[in-house]
Design a protein around this ligand. Structure first.
Ligand code: SF4
Ligand code: SF4
Length: 209
């Protein structure tokens, strides 16, 4: 399979998003499933980091194209990709966001977690929390204290920001391009959604060789 990068961003409507050669090949084999099921999802973190370096210019152009696109259409595509890709990626075998994110913590989360850990709120704050420059509570280590290997040791009681990450289910994808692309080389979900988004929008084409 050969990847051909298009110099321009030419999608006009969601009806034009599937590539003709792929659609016809699915029709011929009676496999009218979303095309990305036929592509391998990349979860190797070393490859993601390398791709981030190699595709810096390409991603810069893609961000620019997305920022000038219809945000509702892009949200629709991102939500569909996210719904397919997220369940296919095992976060418990990754944990990479927990090695790099600064996590904000709320008072109700302190209460919940201290009860779960059977320690006082003061003990929890003293051990695991600090105050950010903005005055909010944050987990005081990166990587996070609660990461054990690649898994969260307080999974059922993890913080809202952990549950929300990487936030591809939210609306306004095109307004968060900088923050989202920051995780392109770190988070397999973000990487794969962006790579598939390039194909869905026609930013790159996949051609059979
Ligand atoms: S609390 Fe759990 S999910 Fe959240 S950053 Fe820490 S290890 Fe990761
Ligand atoms: S959200 Fe992304 S970086 Fe975090 S564990 Fe899941 S795949 Fe890895």
């Amino acid at each position: 399979m050969r990847i051909v990068i298009s110099g321009t961003f030419f999608y006009q409507s969601t009806n034009q998003l599937l590539l003709t050669n792929q659609l016809s090949s699915y029709q011929s084999t009676n496999q009218l499933l979303p095309y990305f099921r036929f592509l391998k999802l990349e979860t190797n973190l070393a490859i993601l980091a390398q791709e981030e370096l190699e595709k810096e210019e390409e991603n810069f152009c893609f961000k620019d194209a997305l920022s000038n696109s219809n945000s509702i259409e892009i949200d629709n595509i991102v939500h569909a990709l996210n719904a397919e890709i997220t369940p296919a990626i095992d976060c418990t075998a990754c944990g990479n966001c927990c090695r790099s994110l600064m996590i904000n913590v709320t008072q109700p989360e302190v209460e919940n977690l201290s009860a779960y850990l059977s320690i006082t709120e003061d003990e929890l704050k003293e051990t695991y929390i600090e105050t950010s420059l903005q005055g909010s509570m944050i987990v005081n280590t990166i990587p996070c204290h609660f990461l054990k290997g690649t898994m969260c040791s307080i999974y059922e009681h993890r913080f809202a920001e952990c549950r929300e990450f990487p936030g591809l289910h939210k609306t306004g994808f095109t307004e968060r391009l900088f923050a989202t692309f920051m995780h392109y080389g770190r988070c397999p979900i973000v990487y794969n959604v962006i790579e598939q988004l390039k194909i869905k929008t026609g930013f790159i084409k996949i051609a059979q060789t």
